[in-house]
Design a protein around this ligand. Structure first.
Ligand code: SAM
Length: 303
């Protein structure tokens, strides 16, 4: 019976390029989650290949919280572009009604491990997520107009040609009243000019250039004050005719202001870490002191 399941069939029909042992790097697929937390981002383990393995929990939570804040509800359809090992998918799949979750990902092994180790076959059968293993941003290939689309840490690595392809496909695949949220990287200056996907390094695109590019493809884009733990910034896009759905964000859209807010938030995080460390050191010093005092009392008291 399993072979009649259309989604299982999709998993079985993985194109050759996606089946090929992906990157020529050491394979850590079988190590435990605990061991994987020690790996560098980009290592061949489903939690490390897609980013910092230590941040796998928070990365899922921040993208889920963002989409829900933007209005994602259980009866919507969501396209997760570059869904990887279902870091976000493992929260979206149970949340959405059956048939609501769609993922595009060139590396089939990531989806396979995500299903096997995070989602489980039972939930897969119940919620019927659909996957497509392509690397050409064929967002229209599902034949669905999506209520929401998401690209978390994907457009942070693309060439200009890939970015254009993604935006032009997004315009076609997005429900006219839908929203598309994507994270980007900017250093406030440079625009990536390479021809290739760059990974695990980042391809910088200033907010202004993304807004202009999106406009050329009929999308209105605004930056969001939202973090994902990687110092990326978020953009949300809507069809130009429905720009009202996102234009209220214009108030917050000054790039320098937004980057400064992200910097300040990071400084605050660093200060929290320093504070916790200092507090720990103080506690240790206190303990040491009371031990010394105790020892002294012990020496003073011959009984
Ligand atoms: C940094 S990971 C992020 C994965 C996932 N979005 C997450 O939040 O964990 C980038 C993902 O984009 C995928 N990717 C690479 N090239 C792509 C392409 N052309 N189209 C879609 N996804 C792509 C990678 O295989 C990888 O899974």
């Amino acid at each position: 019976m399993a072979s009649e399941d259309p989604d299982k069939k999709r998993l079985d029909e993985i194109p050759a390029h996606a089946k090929a042992a992906a990157p020529e790097i050491q394979d850590y697929r079988s190590v435990s989650i605990e061991e994987a937390r020690k790996l560098d981002a980009g290592a061949r383990h489903y939690r490390a290949y897609v980013g910092s393995p230590k941040a796998y929990d928070v990365t899922a939570a921040t993208q889920f919280a963002l989409m829900v804040a933007l209005g994602l509800r259980e009866d919507h359809t969501l396209l997760d572009i570059g869904c990887g090992s279902l870091c976000g998918g493992r929260l979206f799949i149970p949340y959405l009604l059956p048939g609501g979750y769609f993922g595009i990902e060139p590396q089939a092994w990531l989806v396979e491990d995500g299903i096997k180790l995070e989602v489980g076959e039972e939930l897969r059968s119940l919620k019927r997520p659909a996957f497509l293993y392509v690397d050409d941003f064929s967002l229209t290939a599902f034949g669905v107009r999506f209520d929401f689309m998401l690209a978390q840490s994907v457009l942070t690595h693309v060439s200009q040609a890939q970015l254009d392809r993604c935006l032009s496909q997004a315009k076609l695949a997005l429900n006219p009243e839908g929203l598309f949220a994507a994270s980007f990287f900017s250093n406030g200056r440079d625009t990536y000019s390479g021809d290739d996907w760059i990974y695990p390094g980042f391809a910088p695109y200033p907010v202004k250039s993304v807004v202009e590019r999106a406009r050329r493809h009929g999308l209105t884009g605004y930056p969001l004050i939202w973090r994902n733990g990687y110092d990326h910034y978020w953009m949300v896009f809507a069809h130009e005719a429905h720009a009202g759905r996102v234009s209220w964000l214009g108030e917050l859209s000054g790039e320098q202001r937004m980057l400064r807010i992200l910097e300040l938030a990071k400084e605050l995080d660093d200060l929290r870490v320093k504070y916790a460390k200092t507090k720990g050191n103080l506690k240790e010093a206190d303990l040491e002191l009371s031990k010394l005092r105790g020892d002294k009392r012990h020496l003073d008291d011959p009984s």
